[in-house]
Design a protein around this ligand. Structure first.
Ligand code: SAH
Length: 261
């Protein structure tokens, strides 16, 4: 017996064992004691994760999947299941670090990535599969059409490696798009600490009008007077590297503090 895929839950079950094993092997940091799989479905990745000597947690919202997993992998109990990924606070590890893995539900891809960033202090590594376009956007470099909010926000906290592309035909049912597997390795860029809200605001607002120069795109944020000659304001958002966005946010804060005093 297997599960009938539910479209509203983003269910596309991977049927290729080699690819499943390859995704699990793309995790490199074996010393991390806890692992969280998002969306285990029928357990194609889970069975490899169970072979690891780690505490395994499963975020799954489909009760039919949960029943299937408990039935097929009898070592799994209620203790392993932590519910909706978007609602968890990761309290189940008692503050210990955890790795995140999954063939993720594509309908919530960006939310998954933003939640990982928000908890980067607890999550040293993530590996998994998104729709190819999201994987590419996450890994994108400046001056490309894929480079945007997702690229800068994720790369501010993690090094991103695009690992490999997966074809539609290895899923049941096949998704409409190809998939891409990426790995995130925590490496927060210096200069972010204490200025993260402003940084995020500048990145989001800058890319919201990505064709415009930053002097125009950022106007609604009230550019501080002392910053108005900054060379970056003559550029477009996609021309700035992650490091440049961070130093720009730092100088912005300085200039704002000066004009306030
Ligand atoms: N990993 C499996 C299933 C992938 S399909 C495989 O590779 O075959 C995506 C899975 O994510 C589904 O099982 C779906 O029920 C689950 N899912 C969807 N939204 C979720 C959420 N918010 N939290 C946790 N799991 C979710």
């Amino acid at each position: 017996m297997s599960i009938k895929a539910k479209k509203h839950l983003g269910q596309h079950f991977l049927t290729d064992e080699n690819i499943a094993a390859k995704i699990v092997h793309s995790l490199l940091q074996e010393q991390i004691p806890n692992i969280l799989e998002i969306g285990p479905g029928m357990g194609v990745l889970t069975k490899y994760l169970l072979q690891k000597d780690k505490a395994l947690f499963l975020a799954e919202i489909d009760s039919e999947s949960i029943a299937y997993l408990k039935d097929h992998y009898p070592t799994l109990t209620d203790h392993n299941f932590v519910g909706d990924f978007l609602k968890t606070d990761f309290g189940f590890t008692n503050g210990e670090p955890l790795t995140v893995i999954g063939n993720f539900p594509y309908n919530i891809s960006s939310q998954i990535l933003f939640k990982i960033i928000a908890h980067y202090k607890q999550i040293p590594e993530m590996a998994g599969m998104f729709q190819k376009e999201v994987a590419e956007r996450t890994a994108a470099v400046p001056r490309t059409k894929d480079y945007g909010i997702l690229s800068v926000m994720v790369q501010a906290y993690y090094d991103v490696k695009y690992l490999f592309t997966v074809n539609e035909n290895v899923f049941n049912p096949p998704p409409k798009v190809k998939s891409g597997v990426i790995r995130l390795t925590r490496n927060p860029k210096p200069g972010l600490e204490g200025n993260e809200i402003l940084f995020k605001n500048i990145v989001k607002t800058g890319f919201n009008q990505r064709r415009k120069k930053l002097s125009n795109a950022l106007k609604i944020l009230n550019i501080p007077e002392n910053l108005k000659n900054h060379p970056f304001l003559g550029k477009r958002a996609e021309e700035l590297s992650v490091e440049e966005f961070i130093s720009f946010a730092t100088e912005w804060k300085k200039a704002a503090d000066q004009s306030a005093s």
